[in-house]
Design a protein around this ligand. Structure first.
Ligand code: NAI
Length: 288
């Protein structure tokens, strides 16, 4: 049988935080068998709770064609990486730390038995090449970048490195657009891919505009909502993403391209230092 994404039935996810839980949920809702690995029993319990809450909400809203319990039955949450040995695709969604991801990819390479298996990362900023070259199979290593909240947002960025085979990318595309029902776009292995490379400088410009006293936060946001039909303004969006995350992504873009448009404005750095992180801390450009 030729390898198409539809043949990917046994999925592994590493990390069951915000993104890992979402990735697990969409796979299980697509009828696929998912093994999720967390780093400790406590984190595994938190991940299970996150999944149960989200699936219960989906069931209550009538979005599931089966019960939340039926979907959960296709998910195993474990703390032993060896449980991924028989997986056909593993999606890594652990902390955004290069050393941690490099050591994980080395281990995945030794333990995932199927030589055709795809080893994918959900990283937002670490070059896929750095993960591919530490394995013996860089042709099967790529970025599959989901968006938060994963069950809601339809986009997935497919990010092959220079060494990823076209077959791997096509297999990932069939899986993302087939069983997962998402829409894929192709990106080069450069910081920010497509969406963050456009979105982050836009958000940073809004912060600079506010910082300079040019306009109020409310007026900047109202301007874009009412004048450009954005669903929310850039400062409200920054609060939603989390100002620490905005700053971290800006820094990785700046590091890669050295362009002033990616440089985090001083106000953003001060707000992060002050713990004003947006919605998650109760205060950012707005109070929550
Ligand atoms: P998070 O902090 O919510 O989750 C990370 C999880 O990984 C934690 O539950 C942690 O216990 C677990 N973990 C850490 N090291 C591990 C290991 N060695 N083995 C197994 N589990 C381990 O982080 P989040 O936001 O889910 O981000 C995960 C990845 O997704 C990052 O690479 C991030 O750049 C990327 N991403 C994040 C988005 C977002 O909006 N938060 C959007 C798209 C990608």
């Amino acid at each position: 049988m030729t390898d198409t994404g539809a043949d990917l039935q046994r999925i592994g996810v590493v990390g069951c935080g915000l993104m890992g839980a979402g990735i697990t949920e969409v796979n299980a809702r697509a009828g696929l068998d998912v093994v999720v690995v967390e780093s400790s029993e406590g984190a595994a319990a938190a991940g299970r709770e996150r999944l149960e809450r989200s699936l219960q909400r989906a069931e209550d809203k009538g979005k599931l064609s089966e019960s939340a319990a039926d979907v959960l039955a296709r998910i195993s949450i474990v703390t032993d990486l060896d449980a991924l040995a028989d997986r056909q695709l593993v999606v890594e969604a652990i902390v955004e730390d290069e050393d941690a991801k490099v050591s994980l990819f080395k281990r995945l390479d030794t333990l995932v038995a199927d030589p055709q298996a795809i080893l994918a990362s959900n990283t937002s900023s670490i070059p896929i090449m750095k993960l591919g070259v530490v394995t013996s199979r860089p042709t099967q290593v790529m970025g599959i970048h989901f968006f938060n909240p994963v069950p809601v947002l339809r986009l997935v960025e497919l990010v092959p490195s220079l060494l990823t085979s076209p077959e791997t990318t096509e297999r990932a595309r069939s899986y993302v657009e087939g069983p997962l029902g998402k829409s894929a776009i192709d990106c080069q292995d450069r910081a920010g891919f497509v969406v963050n490379a456009l979105l982050i400088p836009f958000v940073l410009s809004a912060i600079r505009m506010f910082e300079s006293g040019f306009a109020s936060a409310e007026d900047i946001d109202r301007g874009l909502v009412l004048g450009a039909a954005h669903p929310q303004g850039p400062l409200a969006l920054a609060d939603l993403i989390g100002l620490d995350t905005v700053k971290a992504v800006a820094e990785s873009l700046y590091e890669e391209f050295k362009e002033p448009l990616y440089a985090a404005p001083p106000l953003l750095a001060r707000m992060v230092d002050a713990g004003l992180l947006g919605r998650k801390s109760g205060r950012g450009f707005y109070r929550y």
